[in-house]
Design a protein around this ligand. Structure first.
Ligand SMILES: NC(=O)c1ccc[n+]([C@@H]2O[C@H](COP(=O)([O-])OP(=O)(O)OC[C@H]3O[C@@H](n4cnc5c(N)ncnc54)[C@H](O)[C@@H]3O)[C@@H](O)[C@H]2O)c1
Length: 354
């Protein structure tokens, strides 16, 4: 049987690049489609360094339907993993139209191009933010959804759009993956999260404090109803998360229609526990200050991953220490991230009909 390719939108980004590595290691052919808005072509070079295989890369936008159709026409693609999107909760409250346009309109255009190209399998990057403030911890997939920010609502609306499509057209299959908190980096130490500007998430921020790029970490509130007063999140190693996508692709081969899964560990850690775990990896205590609560934060987001364990045959296997050690390995070897390396794609990889 001829091996078909997987189109990975946002494949140069943090989770996308780690997933591309797992796909290539599993012998899959990969086509990356990314506008490099929040990533660097250097990540693609590093994927090749790690795997010894060069993924096909296009610098193009999911809003650009002609470019999508051209890529679907050039390659024998049978499924899409859709990471491309804007992802900062805070920023989404400042520029909601950009978030709705990029994340929702972009996904609709992608789905239209898929349909016209007869590609009807999609794995979508959703998020635990769709649960809002959940009534039960750990959170099952059946928990009510109630996203609290424009970003979270883009994820929730796209979930609905994809579910409606699968209901209307029975030859579509979709895996909606609700990620909890991705953390860590590739164990090689040459690929990891490469935030542009001020990191939005705890772990990349803490890593920048450790290399002296930021003075201290602000802990937003210590008066939550948790064991030490700081918020609890379910931190999942990015390599485990990446492997969850391969399991989801396999599930789609069973024609399940639209299915949703929590990708988390089932174990929550407080902000203070994460700081101490990362201190251990770095070998010293990192400075932090308790400041006021941040709007929109909820006390506890911990996954119940039972469904993914059972139906995908997937389970998070790496520990919090693995996440902290790999993050420190990456950050200490690359204190400026991928800054200073050529960020743009080679000319022949750029397609743009917009
Ligand atoms: N990192 C997290 O904490 C987290 C948690 C839950 C869900 N997610 C979701 O997972 C996905 C990947 O997250 P990440 O952390 O790897 O983010 P990232 O920013 O590192 O990767 C996203 C990639 O998409 C690209 N992109 C954005 N808009 C595009 C467009 N219009 N056309 C083509 N490419 C575009 C960016 O250049 C970037 O490379 C996102 O959809 C995000 O919302 C992330």
């Amino acid at each position: 049987m001829v091996q078909k390719a997987v189109l990975v939108t946002g494949g140069a980004g943090y989770i996308g690049s780690h997933t591309v590595i797992e796909l290539l290691n599993a012998g899959r052919e990969v086509v990356i489609y990314d506008n490099l808005d929040n990533s660097s072509y250097e990540a693609v070079r590093r994927i090749e360094k790690i795997t010894g295989k060069a993924p096909i890369f296009y610098k193009a936008d999911i809003l650009d339907k002609k470019a999508l159709l051209e890529v679907f026409g050039r390659h024998a693609i049978d499924s899409v993993i859709h990471f491309a999107g804007l992802k900062a909760v805070g920023e989404s409250t400042q520029i909601p139209l950009d978030y709705y346009y990029n994340n929702i309109t972009g996904t609709i255009i992608l789905l239209q191009a898929m349909k016209e190209s007869n590609v009807k399998n999609i794995v979508f990057s959703s998020s635990a933010t769709v649960y809002g403030e959940p009534p039960v911890i750990p959170i099952p997939e059946t928990s009510p959804t109630d996203a609290k920010s424009p970003y979270g609502r883009t994820k929730l609306f796209v979930e609905h759009i994809i579910r409606d499509l699968c209901t209307a057209e029975k030859d579509w299959n979709a895996g909606l993956l609700r990620y909890f908190n991705p953390a860590g980096a590739h164990p090689s130490g040459i690929l990891g999260e490469n935030p542009t500007g001020i990191p939005n998430n705890l772990m990349p921020f803490l890593a920048q404090v450790a290399v002296g790029k930021r003075e201290f970490l602000s802990v937003f509130g210590d008066d939550y109803p948790t064991r030490d007063g700081t918020c609890i999140r379910d931190y999942i190693h990015v390599v485990d998360l990446a492997k969850g996508h391969l399991a989801a692709l396999k599930k789609l081969e069973e024609n399940p229609g639209c299915v949703e899964y929590n990708l988390g560990t089932g174990v929550g850690s407080t902000v203070l526990e994460m700081i101490h775990a990362f201190d251990k990896a770095v070998g010293r205590e990192l400075p932090y200050k308790i400041v006021a609560r941040r709007a929109g934060d909820v006390p506890n987001l911990t996954a119940d991953p039972t469904l993914a364990n059972k139906e995908l045959g997937w389970k998070a296997e790496l520990s919090l220490d693995d996440a902290c050690n790999s993050l420190w390995n990456w950050q200490s070897n690359n204190p400026q991230g991928l800054e200073g390396f050529p960020a743009d794609a080679p000319k022949e990889a750029v397609i743009n009909y917009l």
